[in-house]
Design a protein around this ligand. Structure first.
Ligand code: ZN
Ligand code: ZN
Length: 419
């Protein structure tokens, strides 16, 4: 069970609730306020003990214990370290799944938080601690509302979102998380620091980019740096490839479409005075368009093949398909937008016009079942500009008021989608 800053559930004085007499929506607001501190306690505890993808052993155990304690039917080791909680409603209806990711990043935390990471070199810098805590809060409140639940609720605690191309969603799907009972629709959320707390960002259609990995090994031949004519310089060949790759985006793709090819890692060479015989380029390809996604590997290989051949080198090329785009379902998104308007007000609805090219493996779920994914603003409006840090930054501090907003919008959406 949770330790340290976690609140003891037994000290929580739950108010007597008469479901028959109070409107469910008002009840949700009340319950969210009641559970807020407990959920913040969960979040701080998870934040303090972050675990990397597919190693979320302690986090999974905490989730499992809480769900069992609440009375959920719990399945563990789904997709390795994933946990699933099932609540069967009294009336027949659709099965709604809600997903939270649980993994942290290999980043050393640089905040002054009292609940700063105690695991060296590992940090919840993408807010997955908040997602897990919010879903635990949803678990508490839906259990309180179990008498009015229609259909089934499946709470999916997913491991390893950050490990593209081998994220945790795929493994959970392969282990049957969307079956038994069959999931009819799905919801997910992400805290989003570029949106101020209180607001929720959403859009119809494509919500995130596809995120693929590329690895290029360029091979040449060693020689002394003073006699490059006796070798084949893998460094110079790589430099040509690096620049030429950018022409795919600028010359082969319409300027009205979105695509990025970035090489983030270059390794090779052993000495300053030796022509290198091998350089490895690692990078990523992001796009919002499946047709472009299919065309890119062919274009990349054509360039590599032509350049290495012209310069007497050879190559190995691997294109690893990672996460597909998250594409929001029209009908579910319409309902969620209504739920946002009714629960937190239209002024807090942030309709995203253009999505960025971040990747999100919720895309695998959204490919299988109609789904909607939304962003919960988590930057306090009081934060000065130089203290506003993005996700994956060691200085990131998430405004915990976002937890209440996430809970309210998620719970109201679930209730509306049950109808
Ligand atoms: Zn992330
Ligand atoms: Zn994330």
């Amino acid at each position: 069970m949770l330790q340290a800053v976690t609140l003891d559930l037994s000290c929580f004085k739950k108010e007597e609730i008469d479901i028959e007499n109070i409107e469910i929506k008002n009840l949700i607001t009340k319950l969210v306020n009641n559970y807020k501190d407990i959920v913040i306690g969960y979040r701080r505890d998870i934040h303090m003990y972050p675990e990397l993808g597919h190693n979320e052993v302690k986090t999974s155990k905490k989730v499992e214990d809480i769900l069992i304690d609440l009375g959920y039917e719990v399945t563990t080791n789904v997709g390795k370290t994933g946990v699933v909680g099932l609540l069967k409603g009294k009336k027949l209806g659709r099965t709604i799944a809600i997903r939270a990711d649980m993994d942290a990043l290999p980043i050393t935390e640089n905040t002054n938080l009292a609940f700063k990471s105690k695991n060296d070199g590992v940090m919840h810098a993408c807010g997955h601690d908040v997602h897990t805590a919010i879903l635990l809060g949803v678990a508490h409140i839906l259990m309180d509302l179990k008498d009015v639940i229609t259909g089934n609720i499946k709470l999916i605690f997913q491991p390893s979102e950050e490990t593209s191309p081998n994220g945790g969603a795929k493994g959970m799907i392969e282990d049957g998380v969307l079956q038994n009972p069959k999931v009819d629709l799905m919801l997910g959320l992400h805290v989003w620091p570029s949106i101020e707390t209180g607001k929720v960002g959403i859009k119809f259609g494509t919500m995130s980019a596809s995120s693929d990995r590329i690895k290029i090994v360029v091979r040449g031949k060693n020689s002394h740096a003073s006699t490059p004519e006796l070798g084949v310089d893998a460094g110079v060949i790589s430099a040509e490839i690096l620049l030429a790759l950018q022409t795919i985006v600028s010359r082969n793709i319409s300027s009205l479409d979105s695509c990025v090819i970035s090489i983030g890692k270059i390794n090779g060479g052993n000495a300053y005075n030796v022509v290198p015989d091998e350089i490895v380029l690692d990078g990523t390809v992001r796009t919002l368009d499946e047709q472009i996604r299919k065309m890119i590997p062919v274009k990349i290989e054509n360039l590599i093949s032509g350049i290495t051949k012209a310069m007497d080198g050879s190559y190995e090329f691997n294109y690893l398909y990672g996460y597909p785009s998250v594409v929001n379902d029209k009908e579910i998104t319409k309902t969620v937008i209504n739920s946002i308007n009714e629960s937190i007000g239209n002024k807090n609805l942030y309709e995203i016009e253009k999505t960025n090219l971040s990747g999100e493996d919720f895309g695998f779920f959204a490919k299988e079942v109609p789904s909607t994914f939304f962003y919960v603003g988590c930057c306090s409006p009081d934060t000065p500009n130089d203290k506003r840090f993005p996700l994956h930054n060691p200085n990131l501090v998430i405004d915990e008021n976002a937890i209440t907003v996430g809970l309210i919008v998620m719970l109201n959406s679930i209730i509306d989608l049950m109808k």
